[in-house]
Design a protein around this ligand. Structure first.
Ligand SMILES: [Zn+2]
Length: 613
């Protein structure tokens, strides 16, 4: 897939450069040397526009930013070449060669300037478009007003950048200004003519250029079961790739895992990334414009988004991170008047602490947001109850969650193919710690047309396995199940045994940042290892251990006053902990395939909890 994209880009770039060169050479023959600027621009503009679009379309904004930087660099070199060439003495009979040579120095400037200008205006345009859409009512209702408003402003920036990069120091100042005005008008003209054509081409090209995997479908196959148990090893097929289960999904709440690059994620064999609809909701339009979460984030693999229900509700119940597994008695709900979120039949009204504005998310809003973000797997909108809520309240909330599940399905069906690939929807099971509630809701959601199921809710650690068993016994066997927000080794092994296929949690990276490092023989506090030259873990296959980092070195980085050192620590420690959990799921999978899961689980837990026991 990526080879095909690269070939396309190179093809466009070659055509663009070739056309520019030819037009410039023709211009020298016919007109004077600096006339080429305009004529070259006429040819190069549309072509670099297309290249710019392709870069943003297929490689995302992060790459586009690098292209801008690289273009600036090429430009600086081109300026140097240009001035060297025109500074050289011209011998009689060499005038034409000299002109050719200076054009060769000049050509990269035009290409770079045009590309930089286009990408910058693309960014401005997107930013303004999003701002205007959320802002004034005139803009809210009129697509044309928004498009013209943002595009006009973007073109002012565009021509300013283009003129400065391409011509400053090359033309006399008055010509420079005249040309700037001309280029501005030219730019607007091109935009008006090209935009609809480009949009049409992009729409036609997108499905052909994006060769989604698995025939652009979502499906699940079971490879092997754990004899006599609910657990299994399988493969989830998504349009952005396969997930071999059981699997741990790394959490990139805002589309990136803190302190880790996408390359780091690949190096620890991460299979999928989970992001949050709540945190990304205000830039969901921008993500959609970029072709969805996988492309926008640069991850380019399978993705999942949470509905945002959890975040909204944790604002509400005031118990912070609701998964307070060990200490039920300490969990209390905030007084109603102090809560930041209020549940109604349609959804949740809440006060967003980030924007300091009142907001509302219901099942309809959540589905629209998630379909714009465009992960391969979405979660239906649910109401999360806390451990402090009563049976009666849970029953009421559950009935609401079931109504929201139906609404989520309806809205999702409308938008699940909007971005050109198929997006799947999981129903989310709540029901607290009550068997009758868990089983009845599992039966009801099982009868609905979901692609898989999220296992949610606040769990007491000792009842996790039991609750999962109730749910998974009722759920259809051929659909995948995701255990939301848990990842300690015992949670993963018990979850796997009881039929969960995928997991996610912020714990591995958060604990790493707090100095807690995972090893097969329990966790260690890195702070206690001053000057230790012991490896973090002998035999660990993570890039950190493979590079030979010792506990003492890691501790020194964590304790360093230099923020760069601490960042390095966060990166190295997060890599180790994430790889530890990912490897655990890989080993669990291998053990299921070998028929030795029970033995593997027992040995692993015995080693891991020996210290804690
Ligand atoms: Zn390691």
């Amino acid at each position: 897939m990526s080879n095909f994209k690269q070939r396309t880009l190179i093809y466009f770039a070659a055509v663009s450069a070739g056309a520019l060169l030819l037009s410039n050479l023709a211009a020298i023959k016919l007109w004077d040397l600096f006339g080429i600027a305009v004529d070259g621009g006429v040819v190069v503009f549309p072509l670099t526009y297309i290249i710019g679009d392709l870069i943003v379309e297929f490689y995302g904004r992060r790459i586009a930013r690098n292209v801008i930087l690289a273009s600036f660099l090429v430009n600086v070199i081109a300026v140097a070449v240009f001035y060297i060439v025109i500074a050289l003495p011209v011998y009689p009979g060499w005038e034409l060669q000299s002109a050719y040579a200076s054009v060769l120095g000049f050509t990269p400037r035009i290409i770079c300037a045009s590309l930089i200008a286009y990408l910058c205006s693309n960014f401005t345009n997107n930013y303004l478009f999003t701002r205007l859409r959320n802002g004034h009512s005139v803009f809210k209702n009129s697509f044309i007003a928004r498009a013209l408003g943002s595009s006009a402003f973007a073109h002012i920036i565009d021509s300013a950048i283009f003129e400065t990069v391409a011509f400053l120091g090359v033309l006399p100042f008055s010509d420079f200004v005249a040309q700037a005005v001309f280029a501005y008008l030219l730019g607007i003209g091109f935009e008006l003519i090209l935009s609809p054509v480009e949009a049409w081409i992009a729409k036609k090209l997108r499905p052909r250029l994006c060769e989604y995997q698995n025939n652009n479908q979502f499906s699940f196959e079971i490879t092997k079961r754990i004899p006599g148990k609910l657990g299994r090893a399988g493969i989830i097929h998504t349009p952005h790739g396969d997930i071999q289960t059981p699997a741990f999904m790394t959490v990139g709440t805002r589309g990136e895992v803190r302190y880790l690059s996408m390359k780091d994620l690949k190096s620890i064999q991460a299979q999928a990334m989970l992001s949050n609809g709540y945190h990304l909701r205000n830039i969901s339009e921008e993500i959609a414009d970029q072709g969805g979460l996988a492309k926008w984030s640069g991850w380019n693999g399978p993705t999942l988004t949470d509905s945002g229900g959890f975040q909204v509700m944790s604002l509400g119940s005031g118990c912070g991170k609701v998964v307070s597994m060990e200490k039920e008695r300490n969990v209390t709900n905030a007084e109603k008047k102090d809560r930041l979120a209020h549940v109604s039949e349609d959804g949740v009204h809440f006060h967003d602490p980030f924007t300091d504005q009142d907001d509302f998310i219901g099942p309809k809003e959540s589905m629209e947001i998630q379909c714009r973000i465009g992960a391969d797997i979405h979660m239906a909108y649910d109401e999360l109850t806390s451990l402090a809520d009563s049976y009666e309240y849970n029953k009421e909330a559950l009935a609401r969650t079931e109504r929201w599940a139906r609404r989520s399905l309806q809205v999702h069906k409308k938008h699940c193919d909007d971005l050109g690939y198929h997006q799947a929807l999981y129903g989310v099971l709540q029901g607290g710690r009550w068997e009758d509630l868990r089983r009845s809701t599992a039966r009801k959601l099982a009868a609905m047309d979901f692609d898989g199921y999220g296992l949610g809710g606040a769990f007491l650690k000792e009842s996790l396995g039991e609750i999962l068993r109730w749910c998974c016994e009722e759920l259809p066997e051929d659909k995948p199940r995701h255990l939301l927000g848990l990842s300690h080794p015992d949670d993963i092994l018990i979850g796997t045994e009881m039929g969960a296929d995928t997991f996610d949690c912020v714990a591995p990276t958060r604990e790493a940042r707090h100095g807690r490092i995972y090893t097969r023989h329990g966790n260690i506090a890195i702070k206690k290892f001053a000057d230790s030259d012991e490896l973090i873990e002998e035999g660990c296959d993570c890039p950190t251990c493979q590079a030979g980092w010792t506990r003492g070195q890691l501790r020194a980085l964590l304790k360093s006053p230099d923020p760069k050192d601490r960042e390095k620590y966060f990166n190295l420690a997060s890599i180790h902990n994430l790889r530890f959990i990912i490897r655990l799921t890989e080993e669990a999978r291998a053990a299921i395939l070998d028929g030795t899961f029970d033995q593997y689980k027992e040995n692993f837990l015995k080693d891991y909890y020996q210290k804690n026991a």
